[in-house]
Design a protein around this ligand. Structure first.
Ligand code: PDD
Length: 282
């Protein structure tokens, strides 16, 4: 892993040879989008959905998609083959490219495309079996959270806020309603039913959002997508977080207080098991 092979602008090269200009707009403005795709036994999990979201993100920030669907699929396969670790994840990012610094879009500039496959360290047994902690914070990010943008300063600050409190995540509220955590979606369980905020501009629609909604149906858990109040989060029986790298985790303390009985609950256990089955069925 010291000098992995990476993708840069159409070729696979050693990381140590991968250089971009300091005038890249990803570097200057965070002007780009990205994806993180988990790969199990060499098989990407929900690649089509990740590529759909990448297409949507690119369209939102008006970068012409540099590759066809088949080219993206080939890129993911080639990058994945560079990493022997199982599981691993493939990260790709597309920026608006290199141009003299000015805020408006440059003309005639090719996007920069970077990709790397890295070992994926999933949450350990302790976290899966006993759950994790979270703290809360007002959501101060911009209102285009549905774009999977590399402009992640708001998220970075919230991830660090969690780390400073020695917990896994920061769960955010906007105007008294749940939005999402710094790098995960959040699910609330009350009276056996599951709720999550609507998929709009206030959250990133995680690929696991769709997966969990499907798994809930398969497990016979009632799921409703609707505004979730801060009070509902604070009085939940169970709280879950999901992301490509965390899969599904139970949040068992919130701001130092127990969630429900302070242990991962039955809905977590059912959905965690169903997620593992979905991976095995790949
Ligand atoms: N982040 N919301 C935010 C703000 C996120 O950054 C992520 C994932 C999610 C969950 O999305 P998904 O289920 O597609 O992973 C929700 C990735 C893993 C990251 O930035 O590394």
């Amino acid at each position: 892993m010291d000098n992995p092979t990476v993708w840069l602008n159409g070729e696979l090269i050693p990381l140590s040879d991968a250089k971009i200009s300091v005038l890249d707009r990803g570097f200057l403005f965070g002007d780009g989008v990205y994806e993180v795709v988990p790969v199990y036994r060499g098989k990407p999990f929900r690649l089509a959905q990740h590529l759909d979201r990448l297409e949507r993100s690119l369209a939102e920030i008006r970068i012409a998609n540099p590759y066809t669907r088949a080219e993206w699929e080939a890129l993911f396969a080639r990058l994945s083959a560079t990493c022997t670790a199982d599981p691993h994840s493939v990260y790709v990012q597309v920026t608006r490219g290199v141009a003299p610094r000015q805020h408006t879009f440059p003309k005639g500039v090719a996007p920069t495309v970077f990709g790397i496959a890295t070992p994926l360290s999933l949450p350990n047994r302790e976290k899966v079996e006993h759950g994790v902690g979270a703290v809360t914070h007002e959501d101060r990010r911009w209102l285009n959270c549905h774009i999977k943008s590399t402009s992640l300063l708001g998220n970075v600050l919230m991830a660090q806020y969690a780390a400073d409190h020695d917990v896994q995540e920061t769960i955010q509220f906007r105007d008294g309603y749940l939005s999402e955590a710094s790098s995960s979606n959040v699910w609330v369980i009350k009276g056996g039913e599951m709720f999550a905020p609507q998929r709009d501009n206030r959250i990133l629609e995680g690929i696991r959002y769709g997966v969990l909604a499907d798994l809930a149906r398969e497990c016979g858990i009632r799921f409703e997508e609707r505004p979730v109040t801060e009070a509902e989060v604070r009085s939940a029986d169970e709280l879950l977080i999901t992301s490509a790298t965390k899969e599904v985790l139970a949040v068992v303390t919130l701001d130092g207080k127990p969630v429900g009985d302070g242990r991962p609950g039955p809905v977590f256990r059912a959905l965690y098991a169903a997620y593992q089955c979905a991976k095995e069925a790949l």
